[in-house]
Design a protein around this ligand. Structure first.
Ligand code: APR
Ligand code: ZN
Ligand code: ZN
Length: 366
């Protein structure tokens, strides 16, 4: 067991605290990782606000990269010294999804078996089974994905959650590619990542939609060919017009990614897609949200598919090393997502900044 500094949310709505926690030595199938960087994600804030569950205290942080310090018995996939990005999809290999070959839908993903605790022994609930606003964290070995050790931790750690969700929404779930158009509604960290993913895949046009002009600027830097300020213009009309300029007769985009998580914007996505197109919902709605007044005939008549995307339907072992290599080759600008590097004591301040317009990600660097 060792003691390290970590960011904990002790009670609903209360400011997070930097406290000492106990990290057990890794048991069978586990690894202790020395965290080098961890991004501040909306999900951390949702935990703090009690929006995920009531299992306080939470050990926050889950978009992280670091170096494996020690592994437990039977661990073969990683070894001490390996540079890894942490993931929350350590597939089990045994559930129905895994057995039929759909590992990205695994129903029984692995986390560490032992618990990290406060100094008094109170068990911590690590955010998304990771808990990486900490000098060191205990995870399941399968949550560690080895990547190129030359990569910048603050940038590649973001692949552990939001950036992977966005890129994957476009290329895994939406399957967008060359010769296809895409619109992305909502250009925060997730939406802008979908734009970057679409650019990697060769899609054109790539239409970024947001109500905040600063976010549209960021989307342009990451590959958007067109932008629509939906506080000013009719999204559906604009997407149709732009797509028809490239593809005669197009009635919308082949793929529309919704990265806000609201019924209004999902409905815009629904009507902004072309006939037989695909809508991908990657924004996370709250349980009370419903889509009112959607004529079923429009669902039927337009054909195509309405999908949701959990974690960008990623397989960490397949996708993380590949995306890190593209980053190292200068083809995927992960540095653009790192708005600022902050200290481990600055997480609460970073939560405040999320409401402002100009932060894609604040990243804690250790
Ligand atoms: N139309 C278009 N864009 C909107 C609208 C709207 N009506 N309302 C908000 N937005 C934009 C915001 O301006 C912001 O740029 O959506 C973006 C949301 O981005 P962030 O708040 O930074 O969130 P992000 O981290 O990108 O996550 C987006 O995905 O994983 C989920 O829980 C996450 O639901 C959230 C979504
Ligand atoms: Zn499984
Ligand atoms: Zn996240």
């Amino acid at each position: 067991m060792q003691q390290v500094q970590a960011v904990v949310a002790k009670a609903q709505g209360a400011p997070v605290e930097l406290v000492t926690i106990n990290v057990p030595d890794p048991g069978p199938g586990e690894a202790v990782v020395q965290v080098q960087a961890c991004g501040v994600c909306h999900t951390d804030l949702h935990y703090r606000e009690g929006g995920i569950n009531d299992e306080f205290p939470f050990l926050l942080g889950h978009e992280a990269a670091g170096v494996v310090e020690a592994v437990g018995e039977g661990v073969t996939e990683v070894a001490p010294g390996d540079f890894v990005v942490l993931n929350w999809r350590a597939v089990c290999g045994e559930c129905r999804a895994c057995k039929r070959g759909d590992l990205q839908y695994c129903f029984n993903t692995h986390n560490a078996t032992q618990k990290m605790t406060l100094e008094d022994g109170t068990e911590l609930s690590p955010a998304l089974g990771i808990g990486a606003f900490a000098e060191k964290t205990l995870v399941a070995a399968g949550q560690c994905t080895k990547v190129d050790p030359e990569a910048r931790p603050a940038a590649v750690g973001l692949l552990g959650c939001g950036v992977m969700a966005g890129i994957g929404a476009a290329i895994n779930t939406g399957q967008v590619g060359r010769g296809q158009s895409i619109a992305v509604i909502g250009c925060g960290g997730v939406g802008v990542a979908a734009v970057a993913g679409a650019a990697l895949a060769g899609a054109s046009p790539i239409i970024a939609v947001d109500i905040d002009p600063q976010k549209l600027e960021a989307a342009r830097r990451l590959g958007a060919t067109h932008t629509v300020d939906s506080s000013q213009a009719d999204v559906v009309e604009e997407v149709k017009r732009i797509c028809a300029e490239t593809y005669e007769g197009a009635e919308g985009a082949d793929v529309v990614v919704e990265a806000v998580g609201r019924p209004e914007t999902w409905k815009q996505a629904f009507y902004a897609r072309d006939l037989a197109g695909t809508v991908v919902l990657v924004g996370v709605p709250t349980p009370d949200m419903v889509v009112p007044d959607l004529p079923l005939i429009d669902v039927f008549g337009r054909g195509g598919s309405l999908k949701s995307s959990w974690y960008g339907d990623c397989l960490p072992s397949r996708d993380f090393p590949m995306l890190v290599d593209l980053y190292r080759q200068g083809r995927l600008d992960l540095d653009a997502f790192v708005t600022e590097e902050i200290g481990i004591g600055d997480v609460e301040a970073a939560f405040e900044k999320m409401h402002g317009g100009n932060v894609l990600r604040s990243v804690v660097v250790l």
